[in-house]
Design a protein around this ligand. Sequence first.
Ligand code: ADP
Ligand code: ASP
Ligand code: MG
Length: 435
Amino acid sequence: MSLFVHKYGGTSMGSIERIQNVARRVAKWHAAGHKVVVVPSAMSGETNRLLGLAHELSNQPDGRELDMLSATGEQASSALLAMALQALGVPARSYTGWQVPVKTDSSYTRARIRSIDQAKIRADLDMGKVVVVTGFQGVDDELNITTLGRGGSDTSAVAIAAVLEATECLIYTDVDGVYTTDPRIVSSARRLKVLSFEEMLEMASLGSKVLQIRAVEFAGKYQVPVRVLSSLTEPDIALQDEMASGTLITFEEDHKMESAIVSGIAFSRDEAKMTLLAVPDTPGVAYSILGPVAAANIDVDMIVQNQSVEGMTDFSFTVNRNDAERTYELLKTQVAPAVGAGDVVADDHVCKVSIVGIGMRSHVGVASLMFRTLSEENINIQMISTSEIKTSVVINDKYMELAVRALHKAFELDQEYNQAVGQAIEKSVNNSTNN
Ligand code: ADP
Ligand code: ASP
Ligand code: MG
């Protein structure tokens, strides 16, 4: 008998029929003698609906009230799931974040989990109950309801699995695992049976919304085995088959010995590029530009400072698209006058496309195959950033899908890895290095 945490996303909870299917699936695990904690998201569309209502009232609704509002989506779906389980004769009980409690800091709309009290959950599990805990939410020290950011139910589930030392945290969703890239963009994308934790971390942080980045961070910190799998299969399929399905995020790198150089492609439209023109190129200029940006709590991603000509340079960086307006105002009204720069240009028609793979560590020239592929499609690269296991480029967002498809093909991600394909890519990588 083992303890499992199941997380079901919005689509999986999207209708009464789907909730009944979730209940049947959970009942199967329970009947096999396992302890099960279920973490549901709100029914699909519900969080957007609630946030939409708030934005009808105000352009910048108060964070506390937003969380008070959006947390209700998960309260409703959790109660419905508990009822669906009870209707099947399975003893079940639901809890909101504050009832558990899941304690967080007070950063409304993007709170971080600090601790989870397991007493109530344990007691119910020991009585043979299935415990349903709302995803996405918690409570701060002053008993204000907080939420964990969009997609935050993933993080709730992994954090609960960590505290309970669950055998596995199963993330049930509307795809049957983690793919080489978003299967909605590239139909030939392939499911990965295993993916290393580091690669998943990069994929999530570079825009693959299949798992929230903080969920992956938690999994890494507490070594929680996480599996991403489909909630849309028949609920009654054999437990053994279900347990072996989907994508396992692994902490072992052994399987990588014979796997692809690039494992996946991530992309994100949540980008905006800011450029300060004609900045006097003096020591401390990066600090005088980015210091005020950091002080305003705006995250900066990529940074490029051009070669200076006659003591003047252009300085560009990217921020999250949600922060674009705020950043532009700050640069225009405060930073540019203070550093004696010329104009400020904001471009929110950019996106970031990244290739990710542990195999990049041991192969040179992977990035150049990426650049060659983009140049063959006539796509101009505006910014580049690299780390050991990823290369990202910023390009015009109208080319995003084209870039992702071309790269998916160039790295032959649609094909099961085999020696021959691997060698073909290595050859092409080597050729492009020699060019
Ligand atoms: P849920 O509501 O279950 O949390 P999400 O919409 O948050 O589901 O995440 C699942 C979606 O993530 C898929 O439908 C898919 O379009 C998208 N996605 C993006 N990148 C990937 C990827 N590499 N592999 C699988 N799915 C991906
Ligand atoms: N319901 C929340 C959202 O839509 C949390 C989640 O689904 O993970 O972002
Ligand atoms: Mg999600």
